[in-house]
Design a binder for this molecule. Structure first.
Ligand SMILES: [Zn+2]
Ligand SMILES: [Zn+2]
Length: 101
């Protein structure tokens, strides 16, 4: 498994973004082996900026609940309009034409 593989963000739904693993039940609240979601970096940061682990554990342990939360919902609407490739480009010679769909 490649950690840097580009995927879809499960929260905002943007495609081909770099994702990180979010523990739906925070590790600190006992969710180490619990369910996870793949979230793009901005979404992931936003969740932890808005809520404490305790708040997440109390009412935001599913992607659906996160989406429904008012302040996060506003953020999702905004981030959806942002381009996926906001990550700085790295100079590498491995760039090839990948099949576009
Ligand atoms: Zn996202
Ligand atoms: Zn997280």
């Amino acid at each position: 498994m490649n950690k840097n593989q580009k995927k879809n963000c499960e929260l905002c739904g943007r495609m081909n973004v770099k994702t990180t693993v979010h523990h739906l039940l925070p590790k600190e609240e006992g969710g180490l082996f619990g369910p996870t979601a793949h979230l793009c970096i901005p979404c992931h940061k936003q969740i932890h900026a808005l809520y404490t682990n305790k708040e997440i554990a109390a009412r935001l342990t599913t992607v659906e609940n996160l989406r429904r939360d008012e302040s996060l919902n506003k953020f999702i609407k905004w981030i959806r309009k942002q381009p996926a490739d906001t990550i700085p480009r790295t100079k590498k010679s491995t760039i090839r034409k990948k099949g576009k769909r």
